[in-house]
Design a binder for this molecule. Structure first.
Ligand code: FE2
Ligand code: FE2
Length: 390
């Protein structure tokens, strides 16, 4: 018995093609489907639609199923699978931006990404870090009590503003670097893009809260030293994902964990303590991802450690003639830890900043050792890290 479908009043131009397609699925190639209906344009529309879809059409109402629609998907390929366990090593440039696990029609555009190798970007920690990051997004408007009452002597407020000025500058680079790599990584590794996207969003908030604290009392911003900006420029110039993550996330943001922890303790007002605390929580995830993907890559590539070492040495050489940390920032940190201009307090503040730098060095050495450097190498490389901290 020949297949039939009655579209009643429904025209092909108003969704009728869905019913025709649905009915054709039951018809073998070469088989017939008779279409009836009351739409006056039905025959004209059916003829055009059949031509477009590769079906034959006769007698004003009979479709003969062609093979074009089936053939269209014969060269199609699955883009891995949706689960992270089904991520492929080399997704290749013909998959483009297709969803992982989708059936990909052949003949699409070639879209190239600079990072198309799983081992150059992946870490098994990425999905969990992304989930944690998404769950811990805080709102700058409500997470900080901007109206908290405090009053600081003018020079203490100026020290806070100087530190915040410095932090904004560093956070801007911490935003730009992952944002740039984000667009260069194959979207098949989507959890890595998601981690970097939320990392950039974190930095956007850090910039906001530090800038807002800097301007809270209406004072002008502090200075931006040439040496600090030179240090940050070397991060912007690093074109390699592994090396940039190493310099920015492992060494720079790793060092910043100590700095933000120091400010959380020594900042003289509740707003500064709170914004540095919020930023530090986010930074620990940024460091964790940098460490995790370099550990993954290092386990597969015996050359990696040598390249990481080379990156630190090159950067050190490039910055040799620069001042590194602006003296104004250093002095501001001392004053904040001192809490007053009494010589004994300044001595204590200076001591605290000295201890901070030792803690930063310890943290860097610990991370370098975890990446596979010997303790001696770790100590030597940590000593070459930029004096700008980031
Ligand atoms: Fe940050
Ligand atoms: Fe960060």
């Amino acid at each position: 018995m020949p297949a039939t479908i009655d579209l009643e009043d429904l025209g092909l131009d108003r969704g009728g093609h869905l019913l025709v397609e649905h009915a054709l699925r039951e018809v073998p190639i070469g088989g017939e489907l008779t279409v009836s209906g009351r739409d006056p344009a039905l025959t004209i529309h059916l003829r055009a639609w059949a031509r477009e879809q590769g079906h034959a059409f006769r007698d004003g109402s009979v479709l003969v199923r062609g093979s074009a629609a089936t053939l269209r998907w014969t060269g199609a390929e699955r883009a891995g699978g949706p689960a992270t366990s089904a991520i492929v090593d080399h997704p290749g440039s013909t998959w483009g931006v297709a969803a992982r696990g989708a059936l990909i029609e052949s003949g699409g555009p070639v879209v190239r990404f600079d990072y198309e190798d799983r081992d150059l970007v992946w870490s098994d920690l990425a999905p969990r870090l992304y989930a944690a990051a998404a769950a811990n997004q805080w709102d700058p408007a409500t997470a900080v009590d901007w109206a908290a009452e405090f009053s600081l002597p003018g020079d203490v407020e100026a020290a806070v503003v100087q530190v915040m000025t410095y932090l904004v500058e560093n956070e801007q680079v911490a935003l730009i670097v992952p944002a740039r790599f984000l667009g260069r990584i194959h979207p098949h590794f989507r959890e890595v893009l998601q981690v970097l996207a939320v990392q950039a969003a974190d930095e956007a908030r850090h910039i906001e809260v530090f800038a807002r604290r800097a301007g809270l009392r209406g004072e002008p911003l502090g200075v931006s030293g040439a040496g600090g900006r030179a240090s940050l420029a070397t991060l912007l110039e690093e074109p390699d994902f592994a090396l940039a993550s190493f310099l920015l996330s492992v060494l720079g943001e790793g060092t910043f964990l100590n700095l933000l922890g120091f400010l959380e303790v020594h900042a003289p007002d509740p707003v500064s303590r709170r914004v540095t605390q919020l930023a530090r929580q986010d930074e620990s995830r940024h460091v964790a991802f940098g460490m995790a993907h370099l550990e993954h890559q290092g386990a597969l590539d015996p050359q990696l450690l040598g390249r990481l070492r080379g990156a630190v040495e090159r950067r050190h050489d490039a910055l040799m003639d620069t001042a590194g940390l602006n003296q104004g920032v250093f002095d501001a940190l001392v004053l904040l830890a001192a809490g007053s201009w009494q010589p004994a307090d300044i001595a204590r503040g200076y001591q605290a900043v000295d201890e901070l730098q030792k803690a930063m060095d310890d943290g860097r050495q610990r991370r370098l050792t975890r990446l596979g450097f010997s303790p001696d190498e770790a100590a030597a490389l940590s000593a070459l890290h930029t004096r700008n901290f980031m």
